[in-house]
Ligand binder design. Structure first.
Ligand code: ZN
Length: 268
């Protein structure tokens, strides 16, 4: 039987194993299940990360607000008019809408914490807690959904992966954007309207292609049963942007039916 983790033991291993410290802001992506048994569950994990790091950001995405219109811009990786069933089930975005299950239970737990703030992008909102929470969230606008990633990079922040691989490393989208990879337009239900949102990034299924190349500047530690990584954003984004400029189809998935990756392929 694996030893049961506690908030205190996770906090200590984040500090000792990965070098997480109170002066460091992180964007965290966590699989509670991958850690193995944790006394106190998602609450304990969220408490450990916020205690170990400075400002902690997590994705609080709400894909469930999306609707598909009848028409729209071309090459948008969307089958227009296909949303009749989905549109009827879409949720109206509001600040207390639960995060999509893909973001995990630790992100949802952090969202519910009274000290946590949230940005208001109807699809790609973030939650944050810590001294710079307000500042990092304010960097996001409806036309600049990746603002918080650039903010963290500018403040020497890092990506913290706990039991998850690069397919969950949302920050890689900023390197894609800087390398000129196209983004998409999506639509979401808000209280007032159907909001049109630009700069929405695409499929992440091919992101593990870059994983081994990140090892020279990645710190790795095992916490419980999970492989955990800390990757400084400045080094990560500079490396991946340059890599994508040299090889524009790198990190796209190879599924023939992936509208997102096929729309972003470059032929030359
Ligand atoms: Zn794909």
């Amino acid at each position: 039987m694996p030893r049961t983790l506690t908030a205190a033991s996770i906090q200590q291993q984040l500090a000792d194993g990965l070098g997480v410290h109170p002066g460091l802001s992180v964007i965290a992506h966590v699989s509670l299940e991958a850690l193995g048994p944790v006394e106190g569950g998602a609450e304990a994990v969220a408490a450990a990360i916020t205690a170990a790091a400075g400002t902690v950001v997590m994705p609080a995405f709400t894909y469930q607000t999306q609707v598909i219109p009848q028409t729209g811009p071309p090459n948008n990786a969307l089958v227009y008019g296909s949303g009749d069933t989905l549109n009827g089930r879409a949720d109206i975005f509001r600040a207390d809408l639960p995060v999509h299950p893909d973001c995990g239970s630790v992100a949802e737990t952090l969202r519910r914490h009274p000290a946590t703030l949230r940005s208001l992008h109807p699809i790609l909102s973030f939650v944050a807690q810590g001294p710079q929470a307000r500042s990092v969230l304010a960097s996001q606008t409806s036309h600049n959904p990746l603002g918080p990633i650039a903010w963290l990079e500018a403040h020497d922040g890092a990506v913290l992966l706990m039991g998850l691989d690069q397919r969950h490393n949302f920050s890689l989208h900023l390197a894609e954007q800087r390398a000129g990879r196209r983004t998409f337009t999506r639509w979401a239900l808000t209280v007032d309207a159907i909001e049109e949102l630009h700069g929405i990034p695409g499929c992440m299924e091919g992101f593990n292609a870059v994983w081994p190349e990140l090892m020279p500047f990645t710190t790795v530690a095992q916490i419980g049963m999970a492989r955990c990584e800390l990757i400084p954003l400045r080094l990560l984004l500079a490396y991946v942007e340059e890599r994508l400029c040299a090889d524009p189809n790198f990190m796209l998935c190879d599924k023939p039916g992936c509208l997102s990756c096929r729309a972003r392929e470059v032929w030359r």
